[in-house]
Each structure stands twice: as structure tokens, then as C-alpha cells.
Design a protein around this ligand. Sequence first.
Ligand SMILES: Nc1nc2c(ncn2[C@@H]2O[C@H](COP(=O)(O)OP(=O)(O)OP(=O)(O)O)[C@@H](O)[C@H]2O)c(=O)[nH]1
Ligand SMILES: [Mg+2]
Length: 161
Amino acid sequence: MDTAQVVQKPLMVIGPTGSGKSTLLKCLSLIEGDVKKTESIIYAPLAIDTPGEMIHIPYLFNALILNSSRASLALFLVSAKQRYRLPSRIALALKAPAIGIVSQIDGAEQAEIERAEAVLAVAGLQRIFKVSSINGEGLPELRAHLRPYLEQELKNFNREE
Ligand SMILES: Nc1nc2c(ncn2[C@@H]2O[C@H](COP(=O)(O)OP(=O)(O)OP(=O)(O)O)[C@@H](O)[C@H]2O)c(=O)[nH]1
Ligand SMILES: [Mg+2]
């Protein structure tokens, strides 16, 4: 039996439309196939990819919160290139721990990156990574942080044997 498939809890991405959630998952090899607009929640073995609409439309928040209970870690993305806001302290409502990610930092001004960091802080994120899925900046640090979350469920399973 492949225990990894049985006990693995996926990562989950949350954030506005166009913030680069699917592209980041693809870069991290957590989803397969071409990246196109995410129309509904995608459940892959290692990742839950959500459409940006779920954070834009308040009555869909509950579905995000419910789905977060399936995840080992939630990644909140805010693009340095966009000017969206996130609901105040929304990360604290999730059923999974969460980190913030300033995405699309390639070519961004420092002030744009800081604005995105402030949006994530208001949303309740304390640990924040800054990445570009285009030039790879920040991805090694993020990968290192994510590894234990992807392995965590398998470790717990083995410990109980
Ligand atoms: N410059 C730049 N563009 C990026 C980056 N990441 C993604 N993009 C581009 O941003 C656009 C949106 O990326 P997606 O990954 O589809 O965004 P998403 O957050 O999944 O959007 P929804 O599925 O609509 O919620 C695409 O054209 C990507 O090529 C990045 O790091 N830098
Ligand atoms: Mg998407």
C-alpha cells in the first residue's frame, strides 16, 4: 500500500484572481498540466487550488474555511502587481496554519512589495515569503519551508505504527 497517498494532506492556495496561485503550484511541481484560469476548486494529491473568486465573494469564504480543514498548510497569495485587499484577519478563521506570499515580485517596486506585505499582515499572516514564479526568486526559501508540511502527515502515520 502506498502510505504517502493515504495520509498525505495537501497544501492549499488562496488569493485574488490573477495573483499567481496556479502558476506557483505548477512551479513547485504540486499540480500538473497547463495553467489556465481556475474555475472551481481543484483537488490534486499534493495541493488544493482555489479560484480567486472565493476570496472576492464573501459568501464563498465559508467554503474556503471548510476546505482548509483538509490542508496541512494554507498559502495566501497577494501580488505585488495588483491592488487587491484581503478581509481583515481572515487567515485566523482557517482550520489550517497559514503563511503569506507576496507573489509576482519580478520587476516590482519595493513600495509595491511592501504594500502587498501590509495587505497580508492585515489578513492575519505573520510569516511572509516573497517570490516570483517567473524568475524563481524566493522559491528555494519557500520550498524549504513547505517540505515539512508535505511530509508531516506521513511522519505522524509512521510514528503511530
Ligand atoms: N510577472 C509574473 N507573472 C506571473 C507570476 N505568476 C503568475 N504570473 C502570471 O499571472 C497570470 C495569472 O496567473 P495564475 O496562476 O493563473 O493566477 P491564479 O491566482 O491562479 O488566478 P485564478 O485561477 O483566476 O484565481 C498568468 O498570466 C501568469 O503567467 C509571477 O511570478 N510573475
Ligand atoms: Mg488559478
